[in-house]
Design a protein around this ligand. Structure first.
Ligand code: FES
Ligand SMILES: [Fe+2]
Length: 305
């Protein structure tokens, strides 16, 4: 099991008071109350029934569907459900498992809330380990062959600040093909980016240039293997109080659709990867560093498969 931040859901997936979700092998119940979303272990502490499958929310407890005990959502009572940290921002629901969550992710989302508008995006299920999906942001040599960008961005690891050991960041510059949203006279354009992982399952990428935006990519392991990718963006709010204009809406759609197309370019590679002992070269230094970062979140040795 890995600790740290995961995206457990989009808020729109929570249609009921109790929703089942899984963070890899950890089944959770998300509880929707009028003022917030909470996350608890789903296994009933009596004998393990899944509280989201037939359980009923009753005040500050869930009535278990198996033997009808009241499983308390607070600190008092014989049977209590263990609670996990939740960050609900812009239609995204993040859950922090165990330690290793105090790494500035909540502060970043807080800051973005002030200056940006969150656009909750799309989900995709892929047959690939979640940390490989996040690793993609740090794999500088795949961008040209897989995504057709015009250069091989040489990525530089951004030194972790004090108290920042539980994040991992790189920066670089992409040479991007012309897009309808950049006035470049049809020429490729240099776009700086900064990708920062907050766990093996969440990376936030700031893309600069003429129309800067922030991409939030989460990959949440599924219990039977593979993962669920959830992708969203945050765009500068520009002080707009009112509804976005039609042009802004088209731009958000373009960002999400082009990002989805980018992920779809990765999928055939991911889904046909064979397990080999990697033979890294010097350009893979950011991948190696990301792997070392991920190891900090592992709480027990993985079984060799
Ligand atoms: S398993 Fe939940 S009350 Fe028995
Ligand atoms: Fe990629």
């Amino acid at each position: 099991m890995e600790t740290g931040w995961y995206q457990a859901a989009f808020e729109r997936e929570l249609s009921d008071e109790l929703t089942a979700t899984d963070l890899g092998p950890v089944p959770l119940v998300l509880v929707r109350t009028p003022d917030r979303i909470r996350a608890f272990d789903a296994a009933c502490p009596h004998r393990g029934a899944h509280l989201a499958h037939g359980g009923k929310l009753d005040g500050a407890a869930i009535v278990c569907p198996f033997h009808g005990k009241r499983i308390q959502l607070g600190p008092v009572g014989r049977y209590r459900a263990r609670e996990h940290q939740v960050l609900g921002y812009g239609g995204m629901v993040f859950v922090g498992l165990g330690e290793h969550c105090d790494n500035g992710f909540a502060d970043l989302l807080d800051k973005l809330t002030v200056s940006h508008l969150f656009i909750p995006g799309f989900s995709l299920t892929v047959e690939m380990a979640a940390d490989w999906v996040i690793e993609n942001a740090f794999d500088g040599t795949h961008f040209r062959p897989v995504h057709g960008i015009g250069n091989e961005p040489s990525l530089e690891v951004v030194p972790a600040g004090l108290g920042d050991e539980l994040t991992f960041a790189v920066r670089g510059v992409f040479l991007l093909p012309p897009s309808p949203w950049r006035r470049t006279g049809g020429k490729p354009t240099e776009v700086p980016f900064l990708a920062k992982a907050f766990s093996p399952h969440v990376v936030v990428t700031e893309i600069g240039g003429q129309f800067p935006y922030t991409a939030i990519t989460a990959a949440t392991p599924l219990p039977a293997g593979g993962c669920r990718i959830r992708f969203s963006v945050a765009v500068l709010a520009d002080g707009q109080e009112s509804l976005p204009t039609e042009q802004a809406r088209r731009y958000y759609r373009y960002l999400l659709e082009s990002s989805r197309a980018g992920i779809e370019q990765d999928i055939p590679i991911w889904e046909h990867l064979r397990p080999v002992e990697p033979d890294y070269d010097s350009a893979d230094h950011t991948v190696i560093a990301f792997r070392e970062f991920c190891a900090k979140f592992r709480t027990e040795p993985r079984c060799a498969s």
